[in-house]
Design a protein around this ligand. Structure first.
Ligand code: KQY
Length: 352
């Protein structure tokens, strides 16, 4: 699996519409998704999958350069239900179609049903003309990060959760990651971001920003439950060696907030049996780590005037050849994720 910071031929997104995830009929989320698609489209081809009902609306709201295709799904988290692209030694691109169970199936999953989401990877691979490996292994793309040089970063909280692959041991799971991603080293962090509803995805907590470099969400507030989580991650990262035997340099980015859902925001989200309820005062899993590394730019979430500028300065320093474009993504955060969770890169293949 190439690293996200390697060259892409494109990026996939899905269009938000379900009213039990997105407040106010998904209009504010649609505006945020459109701004994110426009930022990424400055340097790579963007395709957005959308239901038949929303096709004309999405087409009207997205920039003309963005390709819009009809594709049904249960929600809009393509990082997790879309394919993970891999490239072989000859530069041929294929896709892994992981089994998707809505972040935990009937034991902690976020909605039911998820059958349309589980077909998204197959549909994207058909459109991309890429061969598909259907993995009988439950995994979401947000649960893994790779450096493209044989190292995978993940969390115990998510991958060892019995609501994903209860029959597999840690060693079995590492073997599956090696088999599908072509990695040789798995670095396990402990818990994901406090109140992350996916069960501890790595893509809110930490990511590779280059070979041997990892960005980590951080807080200086010892009373915040995030403090122990980030400190444990920092210690593990300092002890780790990557697939090439290097020590990792860790770049700490102070988290925003803490941020909480307001009463007006919670009131704008439909209640639905089987879906996670949203309540005023819920702490939001906000982190600056959930950015998308595009060819020409890094598109990063902004949500807190007290912290945004400092976070952007660090991200600019980590990606000196790219522009850093900030987008106000509070409305994506209200759905439980952010920019990385709603994007999926297609790495460049030989000759394309
Ligand atoms: O963290 C992610 N990769 C996805 C977040 C999904 C939240 C669903 N409500």
């Amino acid at each position: 699996m190439p690293a996200e910071f390697e060259r892409h031929s494109g990026c996939w997104m899905l269009w938000p519409e379900r009213p039990d995830t997105w407040r106010d009929g998904a209009k504010p989320a649609q505006a945020a998704f459109a701004a994110i698609a426009a930022a990424i489209a400055t340097g790579e081809a963007v395709t957005v999958g959308v239901s038949g009902e929303q096709f004309q609306n999405a087409r009207a709201r997205l920039p003309p350069a963005v390709r819009v295709v009809e594709m049904s799904s249960n929600d809009a988290w393509v990082r997790d239900c879309g394919p993970t692209f891999v490239v072989d030694a000859k530069g041929r691109r294929r896709g892994v179609d992981w089994t998707f169970n809505a972040w935990g199936g009937l034991h902690g999953g976020l909605y039911f049903p998820w059958d349309r989401d589980d077909e998204v990877a197959q549909k994207i691979l058909q459109i991309e003309g890429a061969e598909r490996y259907r993995a009988g292994f439950v995994l979401e793309g947000g649960a893994i990060h790779v450096d493209g040089q044989g190292t995978c970063l993940t969390t115990e909280e998510c991958l060892l959760n019995p609501n994903r692959n209860p029959e597999l041991s840690r060693a079995d799971i590492e073997a599956e990651l090696r088999r599908y991603l072509g990695v040789s080293t798995v670095i396990w962090l402990g818990k994901g971001v406090h109140r992350d509803e996916t069960g501890g995805h790595i893509d809110e907590l930490a990511c590779f920003t280059g070979p041997g470099h990892v960005a980590l969400t951080w807080t200086e507030d010892r009373k915040d439950p995030q403090y122990e989580i980030s400190l444990d991650a920092l210690r593990r990262l300092h002890q780790a060696r990557d697939a090439r035997g290097r020590r990792l340099t860790v770049h700490r980015i102070h988290q925003p907030g803490p941020l909480y859902m307001t009463a007006a925001e919670a009131a704008g989200i439909d209640a639905r049996a089987g879906s996670r309820p949203r309540r005023a005062g819920d702490r939001l899993p906000a982190s600056y780590i959930n950015f998308y590394i595009a060819n020409q730019c890094v598109v990063m979430p902004l949500y807190d005037k007290r912290r945004d500028a400092a976070a952007m300065r660090i991200v600019r320093r980590l990606f000196p050849t790219r522009k850093v474009l900030g987008v106000d993504t509070r409305d994506v955060l209200l759905g439980g994720g952010n920019i990385h969770c709603i994007t999926q890169q297609v790495p460049r293949a030989a000759g394309r």
